[in-house]
Ligand binder design. Structure first.
Ligand code: AMP
Ligand code: FE
Ligand code: FE
Ligand code: ZN
Length: 281
């Protein structure tokens, strides 16, 4: 079984519409794909409609923005009830806060780069979650940078004077909310240092484990071999499962579908603990 449980569509910062993502998953030879857009379940219906045609099974999820003490963490959540109000409200709050701060960043950037808010909106046609990746696309379209990665290495970096933070859930509270919504939480790329200098401390992962965290994403391209080893050791110490995924963003990142996979036994556990079924052809 080829299971890639962490991907993004154009409903957040991927470039494939959900149905295109399902078709790309079929071409990549995947049996199961997890759609995990940032802070939104907007793409679920469109992706579900493509299951029969593509023959790919859909694992419904989202990637929830969290932060604690200025350190950010992404929490993957699977098979939760999207109508559970406390979680739905937290996701809406995160989307709104991200969008407000994205406007503020564009105001700051427009003093030095040839972009305005309309240029960013033009890069986010069906995105429910607007963020830095869309600013990056606007900067690329304006010819200021060759690609997203270059824009992220420059003015969009967290240490840059143009960077503005946004509100995000506390990671322990997020685990509780996901479980309360009938879902299963998995920490995304917990040891990736490319995005920020400080990492979430082990003690926070221990509290997340108490709050229902099911697994850590170990195999991810943002982890080098030493970081994979650290993530594996932490998962073992806390009695957590281990996942792997591509974090595919279409043309937005070099990540390729299926480059890392989730073991079947973890998927089985997520399905048995989650409140929604997989959507199979
Ligand atoms: P935001 O939540 O608006 O601060 O943007 C964070 C998102 O930007 C992440 O979810 C990533 O998908 C994306 N991102 C972070 N670093 C990079 C990078 N170096 N290249 C492309 N996309 C990135
Ligand atoms: Fe992203
Ligand atoms: Fe992430
Ligand atoms: Zn992701």
């Amino acid at each position: 079984m080829r299971i890639d449980p962490h991907t993004h569509s154009s409903c957040s910062d991927g470039t494939d519409a959900p149905a295109q993502l399902m078709a790309a998953a079929a071409r990549a030879g995947l049996d199961v794909v997890g759609l995990t857009d940032h802070d939104t379940t907007e793409g679920w219906v469109q992706a579900a409609a493509a299951v029969a045609d593509t023959g790919v099974t859909l694992l419904r999820g989202a990637e929830i923005s969290c932060s604690s003490d200025g350190v950010t963490l992404h929490l993957l959540a699977y098979l939760f009830d999207p109508g559970y109000t406390p979680l739905a409200e937290a996701l809406a709050h995160a989307r709104n806060s991200r969008s407000t701060r994205t406007r503020r960043m564009v105001e700051l950037l427009s003093a030095d780069f040839p972009i305005g808010w309309d240029d960013v909106l033009a890069q986010a046609t069906d995105a429910a979650t607007i963020g830095r990746p869309h600013i990056a696309d606007a900067l690329v379209a304006a010819g200021a940078f060759p690609d997203r990665s270059a824009a992220f290495a420059g003015p969009l970096a967290t240490g840059s004077p143009y960077y503005v933070p946004h509100w995000a859930l506390d990671p322990v509270e997020a685990c509780e909310l996901v479980r309360a919504a009938g879902g299963v939480p998995v920490a995304a790329h917990p040891r990736a240092t490319g995005r920020q200098r400080r990492l979430m401390p082990d003690e926070t992962f221990a509290r997340m484990a108490q709050a229902g965290l099911a697994a850590l994403e170990v195999d991810h391209r943002d982890h080098n071999p030493a970081q994979r080893e650290q993530a594996r050791a932490l998962a073992q110490r806390l009695g957590l499962g281990m996942s792997g995924a591509s974090d595919y963003h279409g043309a937005g990142k070099p990540n390729r579908l299926g480059e890392n996979l989730m073991p079947l036994e973890l998927l089985d556990r997520i399905v048995s603990e989650g409140s929604l079924p997989l959507l199979a052809p």
